[in-house]
Design a protein around this ligand. Structure first.
Ligand code: NAG
Ligand code: CU
Length: 128
């Protein structure tokens, strides 16, 4: 017995929607990248500027790697970045392997251990 036409059509539509979803996820996964901040040196003194020539985009992951206890990571705003100031109540990440997904706008990260931000432990992305 032949299947009703309506049933076949909805099956085809379902398959198309599935294919589109898988394709979209695959393309997104392909386009997003994982960046180890500072490259081989990791999150360390003088890392500021590392970001300047990197095509980091929204959705990419930023991974901060460092020896736990030696440094930390705090998400700040542009003032915090420029003046090396940590906002009250800001969350301090300190596992030594802290990941952040790049938001759509600008993102700023500093190390809040006294003196470290001034010694180049700050990045602003995208740089321009
Ligand atoms: C760092 O964290 C990521 C996920 O957050 C994990 O996949 C990876 O194994 C971790 N690496 C180390 C060295 O702990
Ligand atoms: Cu530090």
């Amino acid at each position: 017995m032949a299947r009703p036409i309506i049933g076949s059509l909805s099956s085809i539509v379902l398959v198309l929607i599935l294919a589109w979803s898988i394709g979209t996820i695959a393309v997104r996964g392909y386009n997003t990248r994982k960046w180890t901040v500072g490259g081989d040196k990791g999150w360390s003194f003088g890392v500021a500027g590392w970001e300047n020539d990197k095509p980091i985009q929204a959705g990419d992951m930023l991974v901060f790697k460092y020896k736990p206890g030696a440094h930390n990571v705090v998400v700040v705003d542009v003032v915090g970045y420029m003046e090396c100031k940590v906002p009250d109540g800001a969350k301090v990440y300190s596992t030594g392997n802290d990941s952040f997904e790049m938001p759509g706008g600008k993102a700023y990260y500093i190390c809040s251990i006294p003196g470290h931000c001034e010694k180049g432990m700050r990045i602003g992305i995208p740089p321009r």
